[in-house]
Design a protein around this ligand. Sequence first.
Ligand SMILES: CC(=O)SCCNC(=O)CCNC(=O)[C@H](O)C(C)(C)COP(=O)(O)OP(=O)(O)OC[C@H]1O[C@@H](n2cnc3c(N)ncnc32)[C@H](O)[C@@H]1OP(=O)(O)O
Ligand SMILES: O=CC(=O)O
Ligand SMILES: [Mg+2]
Length: 525
Amino acid sequence: MASDNIQILGAVPPQYTDVLSDDALEFVAELHRNFETTRRRLMQARVRRQAEIDGGATPDFLAETRSVREGDWRVQPAPADLTNRRVEITGPSSNRRMVINALNCGAQVYMTDFEDAHSPAWLPTLDGQTNVRDAYRRIISDEAADGRQYRLNENIATLCVRPRGLHLMERHVLVDGEPVAGSFFDFGLTVFHNHVAQQSHGTGPYYYLPKLQSYLEARLWNDVFRYAEERLGIPTGTISPTVLIEHILAAFEMEEILYELRERPAGLNLGRWDYIFSVIKVFNGRSDMVFPDRAQVTMATHFLTSAAHLLVNTCHRRGAHALGGMSAFIPRRDDAAANEAAFAQVKSDKQREADQGFDGAWIAHPGLVEPVLDVFQSAFTTDNQLSVIPEVRIAPDDLLAVPEGQITEAGLRNNVSVALQYIDAWTRGNGAVAIYGLMEDAATAEISRSQLWQWLQHGAALDDGRPITTQLYRQVRAQEAAALVEQRGQDNPGALDKAVELLDEIVLSDQFVEFLTLPGYRYLD
Ligand SMILES: CC(=O)SCCNC(=O)CCNC(=O)[C@H](O)C(C)(C)COP(=O)(O)OP(=O)(O)OC[C@H]1O[C@@H](n2cnc3c(N)ncnc32)[C@H](O)[C@@H]1OP(=O)(O)O
Ligand SMILES: O=CC(=O)O
Ligand SMILES: [Mg+2]
């Protein structure tokens, strides 16, 4: 029986009462009571670190953890169903048909998402929980309006869950009068409800951990995992995390992050979109770190290839899988030439990763399984490339090299339009959308909106010499919003109001807004 000190503020229609059972909520409350103080301390540490950088400090590899980097240790070997990770598809956990399609699509792994691809509105979050529950029990099914049936195949991808990042709260659940962290809610419910079903189907509690900024945050997660293992009777070291290296400060602590998790199988994934966003964010005060158009910040740039080399080298020396990120190009049914170009883009991106030594990579769409599998199968015949340890020497300057390029009017307009369309979708409960042939999610949209802020704050100029002023932004934003309303044939000119309001608020703010999802949460049910 859940104690009186747990309150659910959102509606709970009958199909969700199971996932919000008293014993499961009690477990989430235990996570809150045991770990919330540390989580808050770590969030304050993020603020202090940012203040140091604002004051002129430059990130470097840590002196205090030299012995970890020089020590001889390895993470635990991967379980059988996480040994071959050539192709990993991802997608929003709330979309039941997508969950089934992803599990069936032929990828080795499917990461179901409560983070970048998920809009954390209350009912979609509970949908994610029920989908995960039914997927682990292999009873998930659905029927489309046109009668198409969705059922699991005999062989399905290994399921991993990505809970929300440590900064996001779940305001619909209060423990002792305080909202619980989204991380604890998503992790707590999924591990509580599914560890038995996982074991009976020959798999385990596998997680992707987003948006970490330091090894101390990895330590918190390891403590949470230990607690869950002890409390739920899961053998120690069974919970297996793959950490997204998607923050510039975490790039300096890859080795330390793995070390904190070494009592379990662990891996790292280079989350390129949040990574790019983090560089703009962390150095938001520096006029010498203004980025060119988003389209010019490719994986071929020096700072990103440096992060990739460092990640593969770190992982393989420590016995951990190294996973590549997501190319945003997706198949185009509407345009054969664009479709061909998208496939070529994805293939060359994955070829680069295979050559760099990655063991596999993320894809956005089932149509990409075949070409990406082909790239990684041609690159190596063993399950993975763990035995390949590329020689690298990466210095802080390599990780901090600002990509060269121009800011164009098209780039400015694209950022405005994409940010408006994405925020609009997100406020309506949809966390991943196709826009102009690309997958857009919270991380890619963060780049678009943060570039607008950066260009305005630092008085950047377009390649034709025009300065990017508040007036120019307002003009472009009004035009792009009007074009979207017209394109969609919406009679209601107020349809984009929330997106316009939020974008203006964060782009025109004097202070850099840490995550758009923080002020954006007020719009979600
Ligand atoms: C920065 C990061 O964090 S990256 C990781 C987080 N981002 C993601 O996970 C995004 C994953 N991708 C997606 O969500 C989708 O591919 C989108 C939203 C970009 C495009 O989706 P759609 O517009 O539905 O694409 P499209 O119309 O081509 O879909 C065709 C079919 O493939 C399915 N499909 C598309 N993407 C996926 C996916 N990732 N997983 C499962 N099924 C998918 C669709 O559901 C549809 O199935 P149906 O015919 O049974 O209805
Ligand atoms: O989560 C992945 C990213 O690229 O961001
Ligand atoms: Mg991310």
